[in-house]
Design a protein around this ligand. Structure first.
Ligand code: PSU
Ligand code: MN
Length: 318
């Protein structure tokens, strides 16, 4: 199967949509976007390759068509062939592309993995309503000094999409990130909980005002959000307590990872990959297993929400 470039309304005519995704979008079947930065920069090689397949399978288990997004030779691809996923997972020098990097990659013909910010933007422009990831980027713990705040936040303030995640990465300042999400008017709901999840752990310690009980409610919230104001609906989906990382282990390895990043003088977009990699090593793979598990759960729930959204659209058309 080859992804033949087909133009998407509202995006560069050089965006390539895979035949399966184009067909699903054209016939109103549910589609879930998946990002590639978590594969290329968040999970170690070669485990990332199996994770990529498992995440797509989880979307299908939820009832939707997966659309993994990456930029290859300057062209944003929505839906990848197995060979293209190989490339994303194997290339050690693959760039990490946020929204601001997309025009440069396009102009210079470069390849890169897309973050939450750029994946959300490309997905929404292609008409995809639901996106699954692991944990959002946000306000880093030293942000008062470094100003390091993920572009994910501002992108979500202006992009109409549902993002299913396990909260924000626990390497961040979680309460500060929730404050920024409020300032930016991003809708945030817990999935069957008002305890905001803490990525590797079930409960971050921060709480939410709202929760939804099922995929239909999540889809309904998004339907109203889309009519009202641009911006995302974040569906925060916690790991069950018996599947989370041991919170004591979490706190111990996290402190070590943040200290190592500080000592190494890591800055900018290298911080998140560096800290995640350190955690995977320091926990002897425990954070890696939990990271993959939470992404799979989010992908399946995203598939179910996409199904509910497609059913609403059919109902409205009747
Ligand atoms: N979720 C994961 N692992 C990841 C990410 C999300 O489980 O590696 C990625 C996403 O692509 C997100 C990025 O956009 O981390 C945030 O990077 P930064 O903090 O540099 O904005
Ligand atoms: Mn940053």
């Amino acid at each position: 199967m080859h992804a033949s470039p087909s133009p998407v309304p509202g995006t560069s005519t050089r965006t390539a949509v895979s035949p399966e995704v184009a067909d699903a979008l054209g016939t109103g079947r549910p589609v879930v976007a998946l990002e590639s930065t978590l594969l290329a920069h968040g999970l170690p090689r070669p485990d990332n390759r199996a994770a990529a397949d498992a995440v797509e399978a989880a979307v299908r288990a939820g009832g939707a068509v997966p659309a993994t997004i990456a930029v290859l030779d300057g062209v944003p691809h929505i839906g990848l062939t197995p060979e293209q996923v190989d490339r994303v997972c194997a290339d050690e020098n693959l760039a990490k592309l946020g929204v601001r990097d997309l025009p440069v990659a396009a102009a210079l013909g470069r390849s890169g993995a897309t973050t939450v910010s750029s994946t959300a933007m490309l997905a929404a422009s292609a008409g995809i309503g639901v996106f699954a990831t692991g944990g959002l980027g946000g306000v880093h713990r030293q942000a008062a000094d470094t100003f390091d705040e993920s572009a994910d936040l501002t992108a979500l303030s202006r992009t109409s999409i549902v993002v299913v995640c396990a909260g924000v990465k626990s390497i961040l300042d979680v309460p500060a990130t929730l404050e920024r999400l409020e300032s930016l008017s991003v809708t945030v709901v817990g999935y069957r909980t008002t305890a905001f999840p803490g990525f590797y752990v079930t409960d971050s310690g921060s709480s939410l005002d709202w929760s939804v009980a099922d995929p239909e409610q999540a889809a309904a919230v998004f339907a109203f959000r889309r009519e009202g104001a641009p911006g995302a609906v974040v569906v925060a989906n916690p790991l069950p307590a018996d599947e989370q990382l041991d919170p004591a282990l979490h706190d111990r390895v996290l402190a070590g990872a943040l200290a190592a990043a500080e000592r190494a003088g890591v800055r900018g977009k290298e911080v998140t990959p560096f800290v995640l990699d350190h955690l995977h090593r320091a926990s002897e793979g425990a954070t890696l297993a939990v990271n993959v598990r939470l992404v799979l759960r989010n992908a399946e729930l995203a598939g179910q929400i996409a199904v509910a959204l497609a059913a609403r659209a059919r109902g409205a058309a009747r």
